[in-house]
Design a protein. Structure first.
Length: 231
């Protein structure tokens, strides 16, 4: 039976690569993207990608975007309630699975599975346990275009913000940093690649510190700088 899959879409490279893998799976049909959005600032939760850039990504991969609106701050019980409603909506749309771009963090995988229990939708982990050093270079060599948009300064320098996720970046990573940032060292925003119909033009905007992390505002070129909103 063909699996009808919605990809949990963070706006970053791992979810984009998950989509790429699923599109090469003859037993899967990708029918949409699922993203949590901070409604206060109109940003992707965690990655802080602009909503306008998120919508441009959905157009570039030619998939409907299912947004889960979240307040800020967002207690965990509010998040989980919003996700239950979103899963019920996906089930009504014919989804059978939600795919996640997790790589090796067992506690995160366990939490995802628990979230979906009783929803009628099953989890998928298409890139689980792929060696991250090889996977990172495979992404780069495929033509995936991504920018480092968030850094944990306790683990690596904010000077990496705004860098392209490329071989030069990977070669300069400090010892102990996972090449895919799976331990939360950094996050990315994807602007192009084999899963996109066309690349998304964007410029590097303001750099800010919030909640112990450093972020760079990635601004789609169709948005003027005076329309910038808080990260």
């Amino acid at each position: 039976m063909l699996r009808r899959v919605v990809v949990s879409w963070s706006s970053g490279k791992d979810s984009a690569w998950t989509l790429h893998m699923l599109r090469h799976d003859p037993e899967a049909e990708v029918i949409g993207l699922l993203t949590t959005v901070n409604t206060t600032h109109q940003r992707v939760a965690m990655h802080a990608t602009r909503l306008s850039l998120l919508e441009a990504q959905a157009r570039a991969v030619a998939l409907p975007l299912h947004i889960v609106p979240l307040p800020w701050p967002c207690p965990n019980e509010v998040y989980e309630s919003a996700m239950r409603r979103a899963l019920a909506d996906l089930l009504a749309c014919g989804a059978t699975h939600v795919a996640f771009g997790d790589l090796f963090l067992n506690d995160i995988r366990t939490y995802r599975i628990q979230q979906l229990e009783g929803s009628g939708i099953e989890p998928l982990f298409p890139i689980w346990h792929q060696p991250t050093d090889l996977l990172a270079r495979q992404m780069v060599d495929s033509g995936l275009e991504a920018v480092i948009t968030c850094v944990d300064p306790k683990k690596m320098s904010p000077s990496f913000l705004g860098r392209r996720f490329d071989r030069g970046f990977l070669d300069e990573l400090p010892p102990g940093i996972d090449p895919c940032g799976e331990n939360g060292e950094f996050h990315t925003c994807v602007l192009g690649g084999p899963m996109f119909r066309q690349p998304i033009p964007a410029t590097i905007g303001e750099i800010v510190e919030r909640d112990g992390f450093w972020f760079v505002d990635l601004v789609p070129k169709f948005v003027t700088s005076n329309a910038a909103s808080q990260i």
